[in-house]
Design a protein around this ligand. Structure first.
Ligand SMILES: Cc1cc2nc3c(=O)[nH]c(=O)nc-3n(C[C@H](O)[C@H](O)[C@H](O)COP(=O)(O)O)c2cc1C
Length: 141
């Protein structure tokens, strides 16, 4: 259930989609991951970042205070733009317990192909966020 992260008590999650800055290189992605994992470790955050066709999809989860801190950093990071918040709210249990920030790209798995595959081709807009999470979890094993 979507709710403002400031209103939650324990664990929360934040899911968004963004467009990578046009000049972003593979090295930049490595830099993002290095500092992301370092800070996530310190703040007890876990999650998953998927990059495909110039778009980022990220699920971030953890204690509210650290989560809000990192979300604020991410929202003003000029290495991406057109950030669309897909979902956010309280979480009972982590989805990416063992990942300081898992990373995948098109070489590993394709969200677009996954969407296009038979039974998911009819995903309605309101189910989009749930479908993105299901995809991210399907590749995190
Ligand atoms: C697509 C994307 C995902 C990011 N994910 C995280 C993250 O999970 N955790 C984090 O601390 N910073 C993340 N960042 C980086 C922050 O926006 C910010 O630049 C960084 O935390 C600053 O780190 P520094 O103080 O080491 O320079 C992400 C940035 C981008 C562009």
């Amino acid at each position: 259930m979507t709710s403002d992260l400031r209103d939650i008590g324990g664990l929360g999650y934040f899911l968004y989609r963004s467009s990578a800055a046009s000049e972003l290189s593979g090295g930049d992605t490595q830099d993002i991951l290095r500092s992301a994992r370092h800070r996530n470790q310190a703040l007890g955050l876990t999650g998953c970042l998927h990059f495909e066709d110039g778009m980022f999809f990220q699920w971030l989860e953890g204690p509210k205070d650290g989560l809000l801190q990192v979300v604020d950093l991410i929202l003003v990071d000029d290495r991406h733009q057109e950030i669309t918040i897909l979902d956010q709210g309280a979480l009972d249990q982590r989805r990416f317990q063992d990942w300081r920030m898992r990373f995948s790209d098109r070489d590993r798995a394709s969200l677009m192909d996954w969407f296009a595959s038979s039974d998911k081709s009819t995903v309605r807009p309101k189910d989009y966020a749930g479908a993105v999470v299901a995809f991210l979890m399907s590749i995190a094993i």
